[in-house]
Write a protein that binds this ligand. Sequence first.
Ligand SMILES: O=C(O)[C@H](O)[C@@H](O)[C@H](O)[C@H](O)CO
Ligand SMILES: [Zn+2]
Length: 299
Amino acid sequence: MSSVKIECAVKEKNKIGESPVWEEKEGTLLYVDVSGQKVCRWNPATNQIHTLKTDQYVGSVVPRRSGGYIIGVGTRFAAVDWKQQTITTIAHVDEGKSNNRFNDGKVDPAGRYFAGTMALEVRPAELERHQGSLFTLNPDHSVVKHFDKVDISNGLDWSLDHKIFYYIDSLSFKVDAFDYDKKTGNISNRRAVYHLEKDEGIPDGMCIDTEGKLWVACYSGGRVLHIDPTTGKRLRTVKLPVDRTTSCCFGGQDYSELYVTTASEGMDEDSMKRQPEAGGIFKITGLGAKGIPPYSFSG
Ligand SMILES: O=C(O)[C@H](O)[C@@H](O)[C@H](O)[C@H](O)CO
Ligand SMILES: [Zn+2]
């Protein structure tokens, strides 16, 4: 077995780094800084970061098949023209809930954008409960609301056979699964596939690997969990040198590198001293696992 190597690849600090997506064509890593209110694109070859400021908190960014990106910003779905550096609203959600914002999101195997909302936090993980919902932006730009009463809508991905949708509502401290209908985008039959242990922190972003196993970043846990969703067992724990690990995706050559975003927001001076790399993005190699290419929004 090769040895695991963990390095801080993107040193520029995010307040809340999130939603990492590998862009194979350019060999770049796309992500957001939620409360830093920006969409970022890091080029490993040049170590340059290009950013686009948003006018509100941005929860996630996904590639769009016709070019550019789609984001969940504030309580809007919006299109990003990266070349023109413009953001155009596509649809509104959670109308009347002015204290809400989009959080994590990802494109499903049929090209729909799934993203959920949450109330704004007073402090990390402290917020008015049950205010969020999970939505889908369809390719025709219609919006579907799947369910409400979500605390912190977070990690999501689909099984390799496209029959299961995995989902995390962070404050439930578990990873859930739904039956997923690729044709309609409907999800049903919610059940738990993994319950976090006390010291594992708060489940946040996640991604699937080529074996159908999940990698779950744990906020306040300083770790990524490798989970088998069919047995409900944890296969492995990968610890990082910072506590606030937020999300992960595979990227790089053959999708064999795991990129882990982290947050620095809300840390006091002391913990910043102890964790100087907080807010950076980590690259983990030697895991012996690989990911799959991200799906693009087809609308
Ligand atoms: O990363 C996210 O998904 C949210 O934007 C964050 O706010 C954290 O999850 C939260 O603070 C801890 O649960
Ligand atoms: Zn998250």
